[in-house]
Design a protein around this ligand. Structure first.
Ligand SMILES: Cc1cc2nc3c(=O)[nH]c(=O)nc-3n(C[C@H](O)[C@H](O)[C@H](O)COP(=O)(O)OP(=O)(O)OC[C@H]3O[C@@H](n4cnc5c(N)ncnc54)[C@H](O)[C@@H]3O)c2cc1C
Length: 507
């Protein structure tokens, strides 16, 4: 992995066209787009590395992913493709097919292959109910494709003013309106209406949705859920050297377009004044710009604002009381893994497993590609293990209980990996570390260690999402706690939306 040197702020201009707070993919995408147009963009990052939850870190020479491991969004009409086309950047990547294996039990995995027809046949071979399954997947593919298409067309969604409503009406056809009822029906309701009765399939859907929608089949509106369950049928990529290479690609682009990225500069205060915003960091750096874009979670915003701004962010944050944390592990092993293994695996855990209060009912394992010597030497592999958990549980422990529980959960998960991932051998472990919401809070500064964005909910209408446009002129939000939500393509889309907003608002 490239070493990230600490950037010096010596001689830095204090006047910028745009200041972006945070360099997750939400911030980096909008910074790349604006700098392409010649805007003078400064990105301030609290941590050492760029990329936030979609980055990488090194331990003992191994390169682990910080959070995200799967990368989609490069197909026609999808956000990563737009980002590359608009900026001329190329994110290094290698296509994977199949995109993942899902292990419901210890027998044969469900293989998520890209080809739609092949996938549906395979799904039927596992879950039966051919007619109902075909109906369900036809509907899911149709809605997923239209949703991607509509999302990139409706860059002014959610509407912030009458002219946005007008644009929405102009941009959409009656065919698009036919999707509206799927905002009000959950994935489970649609599956049931197609005739699916098999409980094992609903469990499969729940665990697939938790990784992409942060909620199960009864809580996820089909309009989002269709895109979420169909993501393994998009082109799926691995980034050699780790996802930080994607962040470095954006940084290189920014810096070669007169932009600047400063790390170890945690923003502690934003003040609005007549001409824009004054932004101050913990290192006493002070800069100003007419446009400020926040890429930090909504929940963090009240801590760095005051007055009306603070009240607004408090009110918006209070809308989202439920959020997940993550228990993650980085493992390096001698490569005794079976040949022909997918790089991504989801394993279901039994209901009432011994740590069900501490971690979720499935976990995800991603493996470095054989021969990716940037991440591990020849003959060794790197594994990233992740599962959802309740941040409150982990934050509520005293130090001794915390250390004990962390070790217990780590041992339990490692045991599961060894038993269930073909060829994995604990005796071959070369490096291991684990992270809880406490770690995540320090690592990427996410309040209470809440990661993964805002869980989908049937109670929330799509227009109730926090808009990227704030009531404060020139202040915008990107990232996984604002519309359209989580995942690398989701936050990149938020960056694209804000880019267009700025182009329109600051002609
Ligand atoms: C364990 C896990 C696995 C995941 N797996 C996938 C996956 O496989 N595929 C996928 O697409 N998505 C995945 N996701 C979701 C995805 O990683 C996130 O939704 C996305 O990366 C969030 O990007 P963001 O730009 O919103 O914010 P972040 O990535 O959180 O970036 C915010 C940045 O702001 C910085 N910052 C915070 N406070 C300040 C401050 N005060 N001043 C300056 N900088 C600050 C942080 O250090 C960070 O770099 C996963 C998430 C997790 C946690």
């Amino acid at each position: 992995m490239r070493t990230t040197r600490t950037r010096s702020s010596e001689g830095l201009s204090s006047e910028w066209d745009v200041v972006v707070i945070g360099s997750g993919m939400g911030g980096l995408s909008v910074a790349s787009l604006l700098s392409t147009d010649g805007k003078k963009v400064l990105v301030l990052e609290a941590g050492l590395h760029p990329g936030g939850c979609s980055s990488s870190y090194t331990r003992k020479g191994y390169v682990f992913e910080s959070g995200a491991t799967t990368l989609v969004g490069f197909d026609p009409g999808q956000p990563m493709k737009f980002l590359e086309e608009h900026t001329g950047m190329h994110i290094p990547r290698h296509e994977l097919n199949p995109s993942m294996s899902v292990w419901l039990d210890n027998q044969k995995p469900v293989i998520r292959m890209k080809d739609k027809a092949e996938w549906v046949n395979h799904c039927i071979s596992h879950f039966g109910e051919e007619k109902a399954q075909r109906k369900f997947w036809d509907k899911s593919f149709y809605v997923a494709e239209r949703v991607w298409n509509i999302s990139l067309k409706n860059i002014f969604f959610p509407p912030a003013n009458p002219s946005d409503f007008f644009r929405l009406a102009l941009n959409n056809s009656p065919k698009d309106l036919a999707l509206l009822p799927y905002m009000l029906r959950s994935v489970a309701q649609v599956a049931r209406s197609c005739g699916i009765t098999e409980d094992r399939f609903y469990r499969f859907l729940n665990e697939q949705l938790i990784i992409t929608a942060q909620a199960g089949a009864t809580q996820t509106p089909f309009i989002f859920g269709a895109a979420a369950i169909c993501y393994p049928n998009s082109s799926n990529f691995y980034v050699p050297g780790g996802l930080i290479e994607m962040a470095f690609t954006c940084l290189d682009h920014l810096e070669s377009n007169h932009g600047q990225w400063l790390n170890k500069q945690k923003v502690v205060q934003i003040n609005q004044y007549k001409q824009g915003y004054r932004i101050r960091t913990d290192r006493r750096l002070e800069v100003q710009a007419p446009i400020v874009i926040s890429n930090i979670p909504l929940w963090n915003m009240p801590d760095i604002t005051d007055g009306e701004m603070r009240d607004y962010f408090k009110k918006e944050s209070a809308k989202y009381t439920d959020a997940w944390g993550a228990f993650t592990m980085g493992i390096a092993l001698s490569d005794t893994l079976a040949e022909e293994l997918s790089l991504h695996h989801q394993f279901h855990l039994n209901e009432g497993h011994p740590y069900s209060d501490w971690i979720a009912r499935s976990f995800f394992v991603s493996i470095s590609m054989r021969g990716d010597t940037q991440r591990a030497p020849e003959g060794q592999r790197v594994l990233n293990v992740s599962t959802h958990c309740s941040p409150e549980k982990w934050l509520g422990l005293d130090q001794d209980s915390y250390e004990k529980k962390k070790l217990e959960v780590q041992e339990y998960l490692f045991e599961q990996v060894q038993q269930r991932l073909p060829g994995a051998d604990r005796a071959e472990c070369l490096q291991l570390d684990a992270a809880t919401p406490r770690t995540w809070e320090k690592w990427v500064y996410r309040k209470d260690g809440r990661v993964g964005g805002i869980p989908q909910s049937m109670k929330r209408a799509v227009w109730d999402w926090t808009s990227p446009v704030t009531p404060f002129k020139g202040m915008y939000l990107v990232g996984d706690t604002t519309y359209p939500g989580q995942g690398i393509p989701g936050v990149t889309l938020s960056g694209i939306n804000v880019y267009y907003r700025i182009v329109k608002d600051f002609k």
